[in-house]
Design a protein around this ligand. Structure first.
Ligand code: NOJ
Ligand code: CA
Length: 679
């Protein structure tokens, strides 16, 4: 080649951009072979993963890494230093839940990466690929160059590869998780909490969340410049996460389903949690409960002592009698303890959980309840003075256990970021977030201590659910979303879309104490609740929780004996659960088989547009006839005005293979009990 030609070639090469060539270094496949995860290292030694299904990208190249406060970021100059695979296929049993048996089948890839220079820090990424999605976590070994990791941010990305619609609530806002869901294009998501639900324009459903949030900050998602969603850890004092090595992060999860119902039926989050650490938990009984509660939110009675105090001995006896007469196991009583007088909101330093107010005969009421087969349910509102609560909780749980109070509702009412942490009595008070690392540890301290006393915990204003009920089955339920209480307060109530969105968003994380069954359909000042009567019944099947409240006042149930019958009959613990039909934010129909019994229940709920569902009763046992007790919207029913009370209760005989046609009013619903009949 002539000298001139060489020079031209050299000039061309120099002008070329430096392309960081990516090289695939590891791969894993789901047991059915449809989902593939690939790991790449590019020319800069940056690590990325991607996920495809049936050969089509679902998550495009997405970065992995960390930013530390006490060291350089862990992001570039990485090399693969080994990989290992393994497979598992086991079935485990839930002590209580939506289904009794859960299959846990996956292929696992563990890939080890090491920095090529500097400190030669190392970490593993562990991927578990299931038929219905992917979970992955960082597993960081003990090492001299990383004894303590002060994690400012995780650089984990989720670059969803297809245009999609997203259902999400904002993160780091003052009202914690209690927001209505936004429905926006994925490209318009701001800073979102998880689980976030996506439906791609070609109809694939995705839920991005996390599993086993232990000793770590909750993960939010922020849409970055590239359009990818990126992990954004909840802040902490002073760093979101501080861990000494070795440690593993929570699992980052992507559930993938063709239908919206596939997200609900997935067990991926539970499967990624550790097995039951408590052993026999048969002391927790899934059950329905009533309580001194709705009256407080209607402002008819007060938490504070005084002439309208709700938690009096006489009033509580009335609720115990009502529970016993109607087969409810639990009676929740709020305002039973000192601390509610004055300004309790975000101010829990005056709460005492070890003794009742003078007008509340705690011991006498517990004995009275026990004589009627009823158990009081405790209430520990912390007002966010969390360290103050921790100092009392062991004595409080011991007191509860002595009195047969085997479930406690906790509460953390204050604005986000205002949790009060005081490591030493009398010392400085730090502020933490409900979803931060410190609270992830707090909740486990509560649940473990309660378990020692055989007490179950239902946390309101909680940290988000990440499936820890598998490991600690006394963590029975939580709120963690906008519940029924919003319908009481005389503000705009929950719109008809809310509950049919919750099923496909918040409920993917775990059970919710939504507190259904307000048959009066009316809040404070006569405010209409945007629901038909039948819809209130459907909630018992649609929104899963092993404890379900009959939230309305006894006198309101007396006014609706027909509808109330379903609330008395419906089960709370299940052998099997199936989503028969559903679209996110539009409608859903769920069938569940009562645990250890032949009965099935069905709940269907609707958005504001009337529709008819044709539901195949293929779940019923073959060769068995059933009496279907149908509670449905009556002709002309609607979620507005008097039409919300239009309601029909009827019976028919059905067998497996029949198709049940159900008309659902706008904001309506239907509930069905299937009772096996002889002959
Ligand atoms: C908010 C809870 O969600 C509600 O159920 C409770 O009554 C109040 N806090 C008072 O603790
Ligand atoms: Ca609440």
């Amino acid at each position: 080649m002539k000298r001139m030609q060489w020079m031209v070639l050299l000039a061309l090469v120099l002008a070329m951009p430096v392309v960081a060539q990516a090289e695939q270094v590891a791969q894993a496949r789901s047991p059915d072979g449809r989902i593939v995860v690939e790991l790449d290292l590019n020319g800069e030694g940056r690590l990325a993963y991607r996920v495809s299904r049936d050969g089509k990208p679902v998550v495009a190249d997405s970065r992995l890494g960390f930013i530390f406060r006490n060291g350089r970021q862990l992001l570039r100059n990485l090399a693969l230093d080994g990989q290992a695979t393994r497979s598992a296929d086991t079935t485990w049993e839930q002590p209580w839940g939506e289904r009794r048996f859960v299959r846990d089948r996956y292929n696992e890839l563990r890939a080890t990466f090491v920095e090529k220079d500097h400190d030669h820090r190392r970490f593993d990424v562990v991927f578990r690929v299931f038929d219905d999605g992917v979970g992955f976590r960082y597993d960081v070994p003990a090492q001299p160059a990383l004894r303590t990791a002060e994690i400012v941010q995780e650089l984990t990305e989720f670059a969803v590869a297809r245009p999609a619609t997203a259902w999400w609530i904002p993160a780091l806002e003052w009202n914690r998780e209690e927001y209505l869901y936004h429905r926006t294009p994925l490209a318009e998501v701001g800073v979102a909490q998880t689980p976030i639900t996506l439906r791609t324009d070609d109809g694939l459903h995705l839920s991005i969340h996390e599993a086993a949030l232990v000793d770590y900050a909750g993960m939010n998602l922020m849409r970055g410049d590239s359009g990818a969603l990126r992990a954004m850890l909840t802040p902490g004092s002073p760093t979101p996460v501080v861990r000494t090595t070795p440690f593993a992060t929570p699992w980052r999860t992507i559930v993938i389903a063709d239908k919206a119902g596939g997200l609900v039926e997935s067990n991926l989050i539970l499967n990624l949690n550790e097995p039951n650490a408590l052993g026999d938990v048969s002391w927790f009984k899934p059950a329905k409960y009533v309580g001194v509660w709705w009256s407080l939110h209607l402002d008819q009675e007060t938490w504070a002592t005084g002439p309208r105090h709700g938690a009096t001995t006489a009033n509580t006896r009335r609720y115990i009698d009502f529970a016993a007469a109607n087969g409810f196991r639990g009676v929740l009583v709020e305002g039973w303890n000192p601390g509610w007088d004055g300004d309790w909101f975000a101010n829990g330093w005056g709460f005492d959980f070890r003794k009742p107010t003078p007008d509340y005969d705690l011991a006498g009421l517990s004995a009275y309840a026990r004589s009627k087969g009823v158990h009081l349910i405790g209430h520990h509102e912390t007002g966010c003075a969390v360290s103050h609560y921790e100092r009392q909780m062991d004595q409080a749980f011991a007191l509860s256990a002595r009195l047969g109070i085997d479930a406690i509702k906790t509460g953390y009412v204050c604005d986000a970021g205002q949790i009060e942490r005081q490591d030493v009595a009398g010392g400085p008070v730090l502020r933490e977030w409900h979803e931060g690392q410190w609270m992830s540890n707090h909740h486990l301290r509560v649940v473990k201590d309660a378990a020692r006393h055989h007490v179950a915990i239902n946390a309101h204003e909680p940290i988000k659910d990440t499936g820890l009920r598998r490991t600690y089955p006394n963590w029975i339920s939580r709120e963690g979303a906008r519940g029924m209480e919003f319908n009481a307060w005389g503000q705009p109530p929950n719109p008809p879309e809310h509950e049919v969105t919750l099923v496909f968003t918040r409920l993917l994380a775990g059970p919710m104490d939504y507190t259904p069954g307000v048959l009066s359909l009316t809040g404070k000042g006569g405010q209409e609740i945007g629901s038909t009567l039948a819809r209130q019944l459907a909630l018992y099947v649609g929104i899963y929780s092993p404890i379900q409240m009959a939230a309305d006042l006894p006198e309101h149930y007396a006014a609706h004996p027909d509808a109330f019958q379903f609330i008395k009959d419906v089960a709370v613990d299940w052998d099997e659960s199936y989503v028969l039909a559903g679209e996110v934010g539009e409608y859903v129909a769920i069938a569940r088989k009562a645990r250890g019994a032949g009965e099935w229940f069905l709940g269907a709920m609707n958005d504001r547009h009337p529709r008819t569902l044709s539901l195949a009763l293929d779940f019923l046992a073959p060769g068995q006839r059933y009496r279907a007790e149908v509670y449905r919207d009556g002709e002309g029913a609607d979620w507005r005005g008097d039409a919300r009370f239009r309601f029909v209760r009827e019976q028919k005989t059905v067998v497996r293979g029949d198709v049940l046609s159900l008309w659902l009013a706008g904001g309506g619903g239907a509930a069905v009990r299937f009772v096996p009949v002889g002959g």
